[in-house]
Design a protein around this ligand. Structure first.
Ligand SMILES: [Zn+2]
Length: 196
């Protein structure tokens, strides 16, 4: 929502609350709701935004945290009339492809041409993350640090050889991944890691 000024943001939020009856438009949860901008950004139109709970937002942002069972909610929400919600549903079903039930739902979900293009645009990522040796990194991989790294904003140094499990990729930056070191989630440069 950072692109909107304060007034439009309030109007937006109100519209989305009414539309969603103050429930997450994907899973119907009522906790921690916020306006979610579906990427890539199209218009500043309520149809291009969804009203989502914290859990859905978190899982959309971090593919390694996706809990397939949570997304059984798509059984209902994929029939939403809101393009932004259709796009999110379609992408999540694609991401969970191979779960059986997700394939069945995906077969039933038809998006109009424009909406489908939008959905595809968010999936087709030409950002490739390579490790120090040029190997392609994927979300969920384990990597090893190839040198000592000072963790920004702390006095903590992550030692060379430390394994970082279940990394996630920073979608818009090929040089950045995220992972947990000593319980802390940090951004790591891909040139300082080696895929395990
Ligand atoms: Zn939700």
């Amino acid at each position: 929502m950072r692109h909107l000024d304060k007034k439009s943001r309030m109007i937006f939020e109100k519209e989305l609350q009414t539309r969603s009856e103050s429930k997450c438009e994907l899973c119907e949860s009522t906790s921690d709701l916020s306006v979610f901008e579906v990427q890539p950004k199209r218009n500043e139109n309520p149809d291009d935004y969804a009203y989502l709970c914290g859990s859905c937002v978190e899982q959309i942002a971090h593919p390694d945290k996706v809990n397939a069972n949570h997304w059984r909610c798509l059984n209902n929400s994929m029939w939403s009339a809101v393009p932004a919600v259709q796009v999110l549903a379609w992408r999540m079903l694609k991401q969970l492809k191979g779960e059986g039930w997700t394939d069945e739902l995906l077969e039933m979900l038809f998006l109009d041409e424009e909406t489908q293009e939008w959905a595809n645009a968010g999936m087709a990522s030409d950002v490739v993350h390579n490790d120090a040796n040029g190997a392609i990194l994927q979300a969920g991989d384990t990597v090893v640090l190839t040198q000592d790294l000072k963790v920004k904003g702390t006095s903590f140094v992550a030692k060379r050889g430390t394994a970082v499990r279940r990394i996630s990729l920073v979608a818009d930056n090929a040089e950045h991944i995220e992972g947990k070191v000593e319980g802390q989630r940090i951004v790591i440069l891909t040139k300082f890691v080696r895929k395990k």
